[in-house]
Design a protein around this ligand. Structure first.
Ligand code: BTX
Length: 326
């Protein structure tokens, strides 16, 4: 009931009387009053006037599904599991994916106590100023073609940031979102597969939204950035998340149609890696060379100084630009 009242207040966008709400929902005026107070306790700002009724003013800065707008019928985000705190949205997403959760389920947490990066690294996400979430998909693709999903997610993130904040970011192969030469976000894709068959893919996305520099641990202050630090003002996390989910669904559908080239072209347009001198570190080996392009399966093609052109897949290597962090 509380959410139905919220919907009416938001749609009305001006004062609406308690009586009109009670009639529309067939509940007593006391019940309406009680639910409005509950919404206020949730952080919603609702004006009231004894003559005119109630008026919606402002939503709290939370990533609750009531605040995330996605188009009707969209499957990514049609099922949302929301937490105020969790160890890692990726760990939880893998657990529910193993238990058979719906394709397109999204796990969101305001805070993570054990946010994970790649290869056992930590992802600092101990504040509700960021956007930390994981998407579960069950694509009908060969396991070796999954890497393009990470590229697709980075394109969705960069385009959504452009749309909702007017800020242009870059992508460092394969999964870093870069702003002003610093790390704004990252993507951790985890896969459960058997030969020839993918059970599920969890795409975990972490984005620094409204942190100030002091929020970051000392060790990463030189390389981390948030959208607020760049723009000088807070951004709406819910708007940005809604836009990412919407764009990701579109791009995901095009992958299933085999339109990888389109995604790779978009990814290349935002890339800060292609054309750069890079160092490829794999196990004990190090290669120096130039990043030439990305193959249709998402591998990075590097022309190495030893004369060999190598195709590098994520997870095996680290690529460091030789000129600073990117
Ligand atoms: P990564 O391995 O590329 O990056 C991890 C490295 O980035 C760390 O070693 C540290 O140097 C730096 N770092 C850590 N936290 C931050 C931060 N908040 N901002 C900038 N730099 C940082 C990137 O891994 C993939 C990260 C995915 C995170 C999401 S959040 C939702 C989901 N759940 C989960 O546990 N992980 C994913």
């Amino acid at each position: 009931m509380k959410n139905k009242i919220l919907k009416i207040l938001k749609e009305e966008d001006k004062y609406i009387s308690g009586e009109d709400i009670s009639k529309a929902l067939n509940v007593s005026r006391t019940a309406v009053w009680k639910h409005i107070n509950e919404l206020r306790n949730d952080g919603y700002v609702i004006q009231s006037s004894s003559k005119k009724g109630y008026r919606f003013l402002k939503a709290p800065d939370i990533l609750d599904k009531r605040e995330i707008n996605i188009p009707k019928g969209q499957f990514i985000g049609s099922n949302i599991r929301y937490f105020e705190e969790i160890d890692s949205t990726n760990s939880y997403a893998k657990k529910i994916a193993n238990e058979g959760c719906a394709h397109g389920t999204v796990v969101i947490s305001e805070v993570q106590t054990m946010g994970r990066g790649r290869v056992g690294r930590q992802w600092q996400s101990d504040t509700a100023e960021g956007i930390w979430f994981s998407i579960v998909v069950r694509p009908d693709l060969e396991p070796e073609n999954i890497q393009v999903i990470t590229l697709a997610a980075s394109v969705a993130v960069v385009e959504a940031i452009k749309e909702t904040c007017g800020i242009i970011c870059g992508i460092k192969w394969p999964n870093d979102i870069i702003l002003n030469g610093r790390k704004l976000g990252g993507i951790l894709t985890e896969l459960s597969a058997e030969p020839g068959h993918v059970n599920y893919v969890v795409v975990g996305i972490g984005l620094n939204a409204n942190q100030d520099l002091e929020h970051f641990d000392y060790e990463i202050r030189q390389k981390a950035i948030s959208l607020k630090m760049y723009a000088g003002k807070s951004i709406s996390r819910a708007n940005l998340l809604g836009s990412i989910l919407t764009r990701f669904e579109k791009i995901y559908k095009s992958i299933l149609l085999g339109e990888n080239r389109d995604i790779i072209d978009k990814w290349t347009a935002y890339s800060v890696t292609i054309g750069k001198e890079v160092k490829v570190a794999y196990k004990d080996m190090e290669y120096f060379g130039k990043a030439l392009s990305v193959a249709s399966d998402g591998r990075l093609i590097v022309e190495c100084k030893d004369g060999v052109t190598r195709e590098i897949s994520a997870g095996e290597i680290q690529v460091r630009g030789l000129l600073g962090y990117i």
